[in-house]
Write a protein that binds this ligand. Structure first.
Ligand SMILES: CC(C)(COP(=O)(O)OP(=O)(O)OC[C@H]1O[C@@H](n2cnc3c(N)ncnc32)[C@H](O)[C@@H]1OP(=O)(O)O)[C@@H](O)C(=O)NCCC(=O)NCCS
Length: 187
């Protein structure tokens, strides 16, 4: 069971009870614009998604696991982190991130990604964490650079994505490069 405390946040498992907070941002076309998924249309769809996505345990090779980003004081779900444990490279993880629009630009994604990286590198002994970003996604580019990811590749028109060929930038951070930002606890 994952439970990470950062300065303002709790990162833990999503539960079906989170569907109500998650639905508005999962249904928002702007939030989905650069994500592999399409806007969800019903609360039941979000509930099914939460039940299915975490059917396997965190850190199972070949699976995705979705982590809740909650405010410590209010318990409000602010967004989520997607962790992909690669089937053929168990020490490597691919990361995705979403923050609800009304909670963006307050440093929450930075704090959550730093907290998760610390957990992945120090507790799970992962070697390398990657992220794949559309170069038009300015917020994600800024976030990854801020937390210390390095750009490793820029593939031109390499993905057929939502009806068009798009560029794909690959970012990565190695355990040896990661600097712990602040005190945090894993419970
Ligand atoms: C990417 C995302 C998670 C960032 O969340 P956030 O909580 O707003 O990020 P932070 O507040 O921690 O900001 C991180 C950096 O990004 C910058 N940033 C945030 N939003 C930005 C935007 N719209 N345009 C440009 N820079 C932006 C911030 O200024 C900050 O950099 P700084 O401290 O040097 O100024 C959020 O915009 C989001 O959920 N987007 C939609 C989903 C998405 O595209 N996910 C990624 C798919 S690969």
């Amino acid at each position: 069971m994952v439970r990470i405390l950062t300065e303002r946040l709790i990162l833990d498992e999503l539960t079906p009870a989170d569907a109500g907070d998650m639905f508005p941002y999962r249904a928002d076309p702007e939030v989905c614009r650069f994500q592999s998924w399409e806007p969800m249309t019903t609360l039941e769809e979000v509930e099914r998604f939460i039940a299915q996505i975490n059917a396997t345990e965190f850190n199972t090779p070949g699976t995705w696991f979705q982590i809740a980003i909650r405010h410590q004081e209010t318990g409000q779900l602010l967004g989520d982190l997607a962790t992909h444990f690669l089937a053929d490279a168990p020490q490597q993880v691919e990361l995705g991130f979403t923050i609800s629009p009304q909670c963006q630009r307050q440093g929450y994604a930075t704090e959550a990604v730093q907290g998760l990286l610390q957990y992945l590198f120090q507790d799970c002994e992962k070697h390398r964490v990657t992220a794949s970003v559309d170069p038009r996604n300015q917020a994600s580019l800024a976030l990854l650079q801020k937390v210390g990811f390095q750009q490793e590749a820029h593939f031109r028109k390499s993905l057929w994505f939502k009806g068009e060929w798009v560029d794909d930038i690959i970012f990565a951070i190695l355990r040896s490069e990661f600097h712990s930002p602040s005190k945090q606890k894993t419970l």
